[in-house]
Design a protein around this ligand. Structure first.
Ligand SMILES: [Zn+2]
Length: 209
């Protein structure tokens, strides 16, 4: 689950299970260490009153009941359109394409993981689909107010957008103040934890995707 506390600082609490459904042999403990560091870099912003807490559980073997209602980071054999990853918007399942694991582990790509968590936290792309320098009309009002000249270094722009602007993708990890505000609102208004990836049947559990 994704939860929060709001005492001294606004704190995002991620309870995350890491699993590997792909055919690759991956050191999940190493993966755990790497992704935590990438997520802290982007979302732990105490000066902006945002703090990140992550509790992870690495499971090499699991029962689906152990994943039910949990935030799950899952390495998969394939992702739609061969994208690096896909996330249920505001949801609990983040799938990472196995073909991109090596560049995530090596630090060549430190952006995909935080970008996907941005979606899980309810952030949309600030720019319109397949369109450069255009606002995403489907995004929230807060997101539509982000200045277009900040899109190319923003965490939530798509990779092609950053590359088209000639920016190193690992440098495009900024969050605009409005996006921080939106994450807080999504948490406080309980808009997250949707689209459960595991369905509970009468006597068993099954993957929805
Ligand atoms: Zn995206």
């Amino acid at each position: 689950m994704i939860s929060y506390s709001n005492q001294k600082k606004f704190t995002i609490c991620l309870k995350l299970v890491i699993i590997n459904r792909s055919s690759l042999n991956i050191n999940l403990f190493e993966f755990d260490r790497v992704i935590k560091s990438q997520l802290y870099t982007v979302f732990n912003l105490p000066k902006q009153n945002l703090v990140l807490k992550i509790e992870t559980k690495v499971l090499y073997k699991y029962k689906l009941s152990q994943l039910y209602n949990k935030l799950v980071l899952c390495i998969c054999d394939s992702v739609q359109h061969n994208n690096p990853a896909e996330t249920h918007f505001k949801g609990l399942l983040i799938c990472i394409n196995k073909l991109f694991i090596q560049e995530i582990l090596s630090g060549k790509n430190t952006r995909t993981i935080p970008h996907e968590f941005g979606h899980a936290l309810g952030l949309d792309h600030p720019h319109a689909r397949a369109s450069f320098n255009t606002i995403n009309e489907e995004a929230t009002t807060l997101e539509k107010q982000i200045p277009i000249n900040e899109f190319s270094t923003n965490l939530m722009s798509q990779t092609w957008y950053v590359q088209k602007a000639n920016i190193n993708i690992n440098k495009a990890i900024n969050l605009h103040q409005n996006q921080i505000e939106l994450i807080k609102q999504n948490l406080m208004q309980q808009k997250l934890n949707n689209n459960y990836s595991i369905k509970k049947m009468l006597f068993w559990y099954k993957w929805v995707v």
